[in-house]
Ligand binder design. Structure first.
Ligand code: ADP
Length: 517
């Protein structure tokens, strides 16, 4: 009897958050299948890793073309599954994925090819190289806020390097997980090279414990820590892309109208469910009142809804509403003032949360210290550059930040002092859109970087290779040591002297060679 047949396949209902309607059912991957996924991934690894990078790139080109052809359908799936407006699906989820594929198509061969590096003179006669060897099976665990980009970019980076990939997408957006599976299958990737497992944290945990060769995780700090602990047991390397509490610092010499629009977009795009959204706004005292008035006007002009012209969609994950509510309740209870939006007891009950600008907050409130991942924007006045930096660095996070001023020197000075994986000057969030830049956090925002060259290389072992022609019978540092110490002493003193003493270097080197006879 097949022991598996007694197990019931569990189904996940897919609810569209914007409408509350059930729009699909998806079968969960049973955890007993985890070993079969790994077996298949390991079997396919041999062939896939044996392909030239240029051949792997051909598959990425197919994938890109398919996504370009079906962009509108993919955008609709993302919007149904997340509640975000179509414009955001296409601009902030599909476009960055396509741009990453493009970048990898153009750069992977150069970045991942064997490289010659210099060999020091003391190692005369040898050549040195670096090779990039795929790690094996890469497990990607992805979140729900940008469900396409945050799954596909690590997947394609790992694939370009010759790894096979298992994706466990978020159970909150399973339709996008299905869509990704379908896109890879229809792009013709060889059987087993890309597999997608559906389900929630039990499924994620089972795959994490299944001993992949690398784990690439994007999600909450809490889960990131659990995964890192599990990975440590088997010494599995990881990249963790976690939360953010990004500060936006506006000095009094900034372009105010632009900064106001940026604050509204930076805080409320995707209903604030962005790890790099502007979550804290620090405004210099001299312009604070004026800035706040303009900001309120801007925020009140934004349209929430699902139609094509709406600015802001719904929240995606019901549980996130509770996080936002708890932060807001605490802030209001402790004397904070709502400038826009409603107190949680007056919320309507659907997944569209009011866009909330809040003032008179204290640095130790949850709304300042913890990630909101919702449409909340606390605004705090500051006096000096020093104070702004202190505020900005005053949380456990450090993902992105922005500095607003017309003074280039001041902007760069402040940017250098922010403990942050990225800083944008006179714009928000946008570093993520340049795939040539590294992406990742400091402090509890994560471990490691991807995008850029680093994003391809993390999925490979960097292998050092040295070649010797093998003609000489022995090396000077090999046995016997008899009589060699004084010669080495003079050799190194002449070699490492402030001004290299070539005569003594050559004399002692030759003497050492003679000792080998
Ligand atoms: P977010 O709310 O930002 O999506 P989570 O950390 O809850 O953050 O989830 C991110 C991803 O991690 C999801 O795919 C989820 O199913 C998965 N996940 C959650 N808990 C675990 C766990 N203990 N082990 C492995 N994966 C997990």
């Amino acid at each position: 009897m097949n022991v598996h047949s007694v197990e019931e396949v569990r189904k996940m209902s897919v609810v569209a958050p914007a409408t509350g309607k059930v729009i699909a059912e998806i079968e969960e991957t049973p955890v007993y299948e985890v070993p079969f996924f790994y077996q298949k991934a390991r079997e396919s690894f041999g062939n896939w890793s044996g392909l030239a990078i240029s051949e792997r790139i051909r598959y990425l080109k197919n994938l890109k073309q398919l996504m370009v052809d079906e962009m509108d359908q993919i955008a609709k799936i993302i919007s149904d599954d997340t509640g975000k407006v179509l414009t955001e699906s296409i601009v902030a989820d599909i476009m960055p994925t396509l741009d990453a594929i493009d970048h990898i198509i153009r750069h992977a061969e150069k970045v991942l090819s064997r490289k010659k590096v210099k060999t020091p003179l003391l190692l005369i006669g040898k050549k040195s190289f670096i090779e990039y060897m795929p790690r094996g099976v890469v497990l990607v665990i992805s979140p729900w806020n940008y469900p396409l980009q945050l799954a596909m970019v690590p997947m394609i980076s790992a694939l370009a390097g010759g790894n096979s990939v298992i994706l466990k997408p978020s159970e909150v957006t399973p339709l996008v997980g299905k869509c990704i599976e379908d896109l890879f299958r229809r792009s013709g990737f060889p059987e087993g090279t890309v597999q997608v497992a559906h389900g929630g944290k039990e499924v994620g945990a089972a795959f994490t414990a299944g001993k992949p060769d690398y784990i690439f995780f994007t999600g909450s700090v809490r889960t990131g820590k659990i995964i890192q602990q599990q990975a440590a047991k088997d010494l599995i390397p990881t990249t963790l892309e976690l939360g953010g509490k990004d500060p936006m610092i506006v000095f009094d010499d900034a372009n105010l109208d632009r900064a106001v629009k940026a604050a509204a977009w930076g805080a409320f795009t995707n209903s604030g469910q962005v790890c790099m959204s502007a979550e804290r706004l620090y405004v210099q005292k001299s312009i604070y009142g004026k800035f706040l008035e303009k900001l309120k006007k801007e925020v009140n002009s934004l349209q929430q809804g699902t139609d094509l012209d709406s600015d802001i969609g719904s929240m995606t994950f019901p549980g996130q509403k509770e996080v936002v509510k708890a932060q807001l309740d605490e802030a209001i209870e402790r004397g904070a003032k709502l400038e826009t939006g409603l107190k949680p007891s007056d919320w309507k009950g659907d997944m569209f949360l009011p866009l909330t600008v809040i003032t008179e907050v204290k640095q130790d409130m949850k709304i300042i210290q913890e990630e909101s991942f919702g449409p909340l924007l606390p605004v705090v006045p500051f006096d000096t550059e020093e104070e702004a930096i202190e505020y900005a660095n005053g949380t456990v996070f450090g993902l992105n930040a922005s500095v607003w001023t017309r003074d280039k020197a001041k902007a760069r000075r402040v940017a250098s002092r922010l403990v942050s994986g990225a800083v944008v000057i006179n714009d928000v969030i946008i570093t993520v859109a340049n795939h040539g830049l590294p992406f990742g956090g400091t402090k509890e925002s994560g471990i490691g970087r991807y995008h850029s060259e680093a994003g391809l290389r993390i999925f490979c072992h960097e292998k050092a290779i040295m070649e010797d022609m093998g003609f000489m019978k022995s090396e000077i540092q090999w046995y016997p040591y008899k009589g060699k110490y004084p010669l080495f002493l003079k050799l190194f003193q002449s070699y490492f002297a402030e001004k290299r003493d070539w005569l003594n270097f050559a004399k002692n080197y030759i003497a050492l060679l003679k000792r080998n006879k």
